[in-house]
Design a protein around this ligand. Structure first.
Ligand SMILES: *Cc1c(COP(=O)(O)O)cnc(C)c1O
Length: 424
């Protein structure tokens, strides 16, 4: 007979849940070792040993490749840098289109523009929120060069179907698994199913080193191109005898020895951290079973979910109250909850105003671009419906929480659901 906290009742979660924290004495020791060694980065932009960085970076890459079962791992200073380098490695250029998701962190859609290519948005699947073989197929044109698929919120995209489509059309696939540590599809880890996979080590991710990213691939040529773009390609290309000079204008995307040392320790923890998230999410889903108008995260057959966030969908009609009122009541109960994920990316000003490079409208109005992409409201109706009406999420399933806290999270949601008529 409790009263909703939003109406003055006692909140279910009456002290803030602990923040997610993965750093321990192992990371501190590893950083101190680098400090005492005195070499914080060993990169040189010349062909030879230090073109690939210092010992720590190379050890991280070897361990990463082994853990994920791939031939090559390339460490960079962020996943954004990894996505940019992936577009360059793929040979994306002016006049090309790259199929991307509208429902992701901005860089995984915008990366194509670094090479003056045009992002084309495919709609998302209503259950996994990932772009799918069908939605990608619907936007392919003769100009499509690559696809950036995101395993968003931690659920793997339908990579088998997407790779089949890519083979049929000769496209390069980049799988952005920044949020998908611990996820897999039919036994293959998320991030290893595209031609290039991308992971993030930024502060918010399942594992972190402050800022950092890793690109993986089984293709030796793509690996070399990623490494060239990471480290001033244009000055190294001659001495590395690369034949294909396309997109070899280099950057400095190098990771330092400090981040590499932290990342190596974090990699040792990733399996346990992801498993705890999965156990927490499974417990929560079990507890929310059968609540009218609320749909817990779907996990497709053959898939395991990384649960970067725990997303619920609501059917406002069946729920009988608005999502906004429901989420406000959850927050009053002490549960960190947010409506929607990110605004559909094509609705942001860079796409709406078509202003990116300089004043001449490149890449959208570039004379080399023969297509006519649309960024109008309504091009991805599923994404818009999810974002503006159905989806809300919480991060309160992370590995810093135990069963007792998950039970409180469940009780907060069940309480608001039970008393929701009072919100109407
Ligand atoms: C975090 C994130 C990125 C970017 O990662 P950074 O390392 O911060 O550059 C890219 N894609 C997705 C899906 C992300 O969640």
């Amino acid at each position: 007979m409790s009263k909703l906290a939003i109406h003055g009742g006692r909140p279910v979660i009456d002290s803030p849940l602990p923040a997610y924290h993965t750093l321990g004495p192992e990371e501190t020791r590893a950083v101190l070792e680098v400090m005492e060694g005195g070499s914080l980065s060993s990169y040189l932009a010349v062909a030879g040993e230090f073109f690939e960085g210092g010992a720590g970076v190379r050890q991280l890459e070897a361990e990463w490749a082994q853990y994920f079962g791939v031939a090559h791992a390339v460490a960079l200073n962020s996943a954004t840098s990894a996505l940019y380098a992936a577009m360059g490695a793929a040979g994306v250029g002016p006049g090309d289109e790259v199929v991307v998701s509208p429902y992701t962190m901005a860089a995984s859609a915008t990366c194509a523009m670094i090479y003056n290519a045009v992002p084309v948005f495919a709609d998302v699947d209503p259950e996994t929120f990932c772009i799918s073989p069908d939605t990608i197929k619907a936007v392919l044109t003769p100009r499509t060069k690559a696809i950036v698929v995101v395993d968003i919120l931690g659920h793997p995209a339908e990579m088998e179907g997407i790779m089949a489509l890519a083979r049929e059309h000769g496209l390069v696939v980049v799988e952005d698994a920044a949020q998908a540590y611990g996820a897999s599809l039919n036994g293959r880890p998320a991030g290893t199913m595209g031609h290039i996979g991308v992971f993030s080590l930024n502060y918010h991710k399942t594992i972190q080193c402050g800022e950092g990213g890793v690109a993986v691939t089984d293709d030796p040529e793509l690996a070399l191109r990623l490494k060239l773009i990471r480290n001033h390609a244009e000055v190294v290309a001659e001495d590395t005898h690369v034949a294909n000079l396309v997109d070899l204008v280099g950057f400095n995307f190098r990771m330092t020895e400090l981040e590499a040392a932290i990342a190596r320790q974090q990699l040792r923890k990733v399996a346990a951290l992801a498993a705890q998230r999965q156990a927490n999410a499974a417990r929560l889903t079990q507890a929310l079973n059968g609540l009218e108008g609320l749909i817990p995260p779907v996990v497709r057959p053959g898939a395991s979910h990384g649960y970067y966030l725990y997303a619920l969908r609501c059917d406002q009609e069946r729920l009988g109250v608005s999502r906004a009122a429901f989420v406000a009541a959850l927050r009053a109960e002490g549960l960190p909850a947010v409506e929607g994920y990110v605004k559909p990316i094509y609705l942001s000003p860079i796409y709406q105003e078509r202003i990116a490079y300089g004043m001449t409208g490149c890449p959208f109005a570039c004379p080399l671009y023969q297509g006519s992409v649309s960024y109008a409201k309504g091009i991805c109706p599923v994404c818009e419906r999810l974002h503006y009406q159905e989806l809300f999420f919480t991060n309160a399933i992370h590995a810093g929480l135990g069963p007792g806290q998950i039970d409180l999270v469940a009780e907060a949601i069940r309480k608001v659901h039970r008393l929701r008529a009072e919100l109407a």
